[in-house]
Design a protein around this ligand. Structure first.
Ligand SMILES: C[S@@+](CC[C@H](N)C(=O)[O-])C[C@H]1O[C@@H](n2cnc3c(N)ncnc32)[C@H](O)[C@@H]1O
Length: 213
């Protein structure tokens, strides 16, 4: 899953991962985060998720990162915001308007200085977007650039031999392996995915709260 793979998905508008409504799991578990108005929420691999609209409406400051410029242009357009665009690093631009800052580029090229201080990470469809070989590096880098901020993390679990990812299946043991040394991990919910994944493969959507220890 390299940049070309994802850029092609956006170019061809093959964005089945993009939900047509705000994720009900975010709405349900947002109170667990106990965020005050103005808190900074980091949304890695944000696409143009409607969850960002919802977080902004709740008075949050949102910082995201996304490879695809198409996605980010659509995000700002759908929010009726005109971004100021600046070059902030080689192959990295920053789109900024009001309480929204989106870095356009590879998350692995993003530094802690650029991200700034964040209270929480909201990871929906980011960890699961990386194949197993890249996942530990993503988890390490995410902790590094966020100062190991607490996380609301949504993952999927299913029989990986039935279909190829993304999204990839992630087990509780995986979460423990990637994050167990730095966070206390609580599972908030396991829900069956209605109709299964891609043609009906039974799957569970898991919601995790990761609190730095
Ligand atoms: C599965 S989608 C999830 C999007 C969003 N979180 C959502 O819930 O709709 C993964 C997104 O991550 C972006 N992406 C993939 N690899 C990336 C990387 N290394 N750095 C930044 N963005 C990346 C893709 O372009 C895609 O929009």
């Amino acid at each position: 899953m390299d940049a070309q793979f994802w850029n092609m998905k956006w170019q061809k508008n093959q964005i089945g991962f993009h939900l047509p409504a705000v994720n009900p799991l975010l709405v349900k578990y947002f109170p667990v985060l106990e965020l005050k108005e103005g808190a900074r929420v980091f949304v890695p691999l944000c696409g143009k998720t409607l969850d960002i609209h919802w977080l902004l409406q709740r008075g949050m400051n949102v910082v995201g990162v996304e490879l695809s410029q198409i996605a980010v242009e659509q995000l700002f357009s759908e929010l009726a915001l005109t971004p100021q665009i600046t070059d902030v690093a080689p192959n990295m631009q920053c789109f900024q308007a009001k309480n929204l800052t989106i870095f356009v580029g590879d998350i692995f090229a993003l530094s802690r200085v650029l991200v700034g201080s964040v209270q929480v990470i909201y990871d929906r469809a980011a960890l699961v977007a990386f194949p197993p070989a890249m996942r530990a590096a993503y988890a390490e880098h995410l902790m590094d650039i966020s100062g190991t901020a607490e996380q609301l993390l949504v993952t999927l679990e299913y029989d990986q031999s039935c279909i190829a990812g993304p999204p990839f299946s992630i087990t509780q043991q995986d979460i423990q392996r990637y994050y167990g040394a730095e966070y206390a991990i609580s599972c908030l919910e396991n829900t069956s995915v209605t109709g299964g994944l891609k043609g009906g493969v039974p799957a569970t959507e898991n919601v995790w709260f990761l609190k730095p220890e």
